[in-house]
Ligand binder design. Structure first.
Ligand code: PHE
Length: 336
């Protein structure tokens, strides 16, 4: 019995650690409820009478040693931690500030502009079905207009695809809400295109939709002028007749960029005009598909590519930089 206590005494004396977990482990092993010390004290009555005196002495020594050890090691630990933190004149650790991605900055600007005139934000799924992306938008199966957008279909189910435009959100919103409606829907879209400086298989759009009684093309034009003025500080726009299956009439919107800032005539190709989006009056067939009576309601829709707008605003000439996550590029947008 005496031997065991002496063995523990040796062990305790030689124990050293600066690790708080190890010290705690040590404390529990020796001083815990079911620890060594308690067990040894309990076994005191089984010690033969003649050994009791010696046993008691060594046991008490062990107890003292354990308590001192724990106290010393814990004190050391506290000192070590506070010596790192107690100099209040030391400079703090700087936070590494992140920044918004330029596409988020531009998207937020666009959404802000439309929120100010009562448009609310509505989002939809990126994995769409044929109905919401094509059929309801007046593009029936085999319609040649489907060729305009090379689509990523899910191989095992041709009814499921990656949406090619955010116009699918119009359909979803019209199906679930009664006019008057006023939404902008931002989001990612996908087209099966070869990646180049001008095109990418993934990009972002913001689409707008306004449905009410007696909405006219003049309302659309005024909204576009307000938008161009707010985002670019330029209010001169022109509408070129165009074609989209879901709008009739349809137009392409150009803003007058001017030639003053154009060093090598690359941005507007020397014309001064830049295309920024597509738009039109919602086709009555689309309204019908979404259970809205085209005799009572009319509306307009518009859609734009966020990358395109960002490239114009920041004079970026390669779309790929948006997706490379090069910190040297992204850092430039910190203060914007
Ligand atoms: N969905 C069209 C596109 O992706 C843009 C658009 C939206 C045009 C709404 C007209 C009206 O090109």
């Amino acid at each position: 019995m005496l031997k065991i206590v002496k063995k523990h005494l040796k062990e305790v004396k030689s124990f050293y650690s600066e690790n708080d977990l190890k010290i705690e482990e040590f404390r529990i092993k020796y001083n815990g409820k079911k620890g060594v010390l308690n067990k040894l004290f309990k076994s005191f009555r089984d010690v033969p009478e003649k050994e009791k005196k010696e046993f008691g002495k060594v046991l008490n020594e062990l107890k003292k040693e354990i308590n001192n050890k724990i106290l010393n090691l814990q004190n050391k630990l506290i000192k070590k931690v506070s010596s790192v933190n107690n100099d209040l004149s030391k400079p703090g650790f700087p936070y590494k500030l992140g920044s918004f991605h330029p596409l988020s900055i531009v998207e937020n600007k666009i959404l802000d502009i439309f929120s100010k005139i009562g448009f609310i934000i509505s989002e939809g799924p990126e994995i769409e079905d044929d109905w919401h992306n094509f059929t309801a938008l007046n593009l029936p199966e085999f319609h040649p207009a489907r060729d305009m957008q090379d689509t990523f279909f899910v191989q095992t189910n041709p009814d499921i695809l990656l949406r090619t435009h955010t116009s699918s959100v119009q359909v979803r919103y019209m199906e679930e809400n009664n006019p008057p409606l006023r939404i902008v829907s931002p989001g990612r879209v996908y087209r099966n295109e070869a990646i180049s400086a001008r095109a990418h298989c993934l990009f972002h759009q913001v689409e707008g939709l306004y449905i009410d009684r007696k909405v006219s093309f003049a309302d659309l034009k005024q909204t576009l002028i307000y938008f161009a003025e707010s985002l670019f500080g330029k209010s001169k726009i022109r509408l070129r007749p165009s074609y989209f299956p879901f709008t009739e009439p349809s137009a392409e919107v150009d803003i007058y960029w001017g030639l003053d800032n154009e060093i090598d005539h690359k941005i507007t190709k020397g014309t001064g005009w830049l295309e920024i989006m597509g738009c039109g009056m919602v086709d009555p067939n689309v309204l019908k598909n979404c259970n809205i009576d085209p005799d009572e309601f009319s509306g307009y829709a518009f859609g734009m590519g966020i990358e395109r707008i960002a490239m114009l605003l920041y004079q970026i000439d390669d779309i790929r930089v948006f997706y490379e996550n090069d910190i040297r590029f992204l850092d430039q947008f910190k203060s914007i």
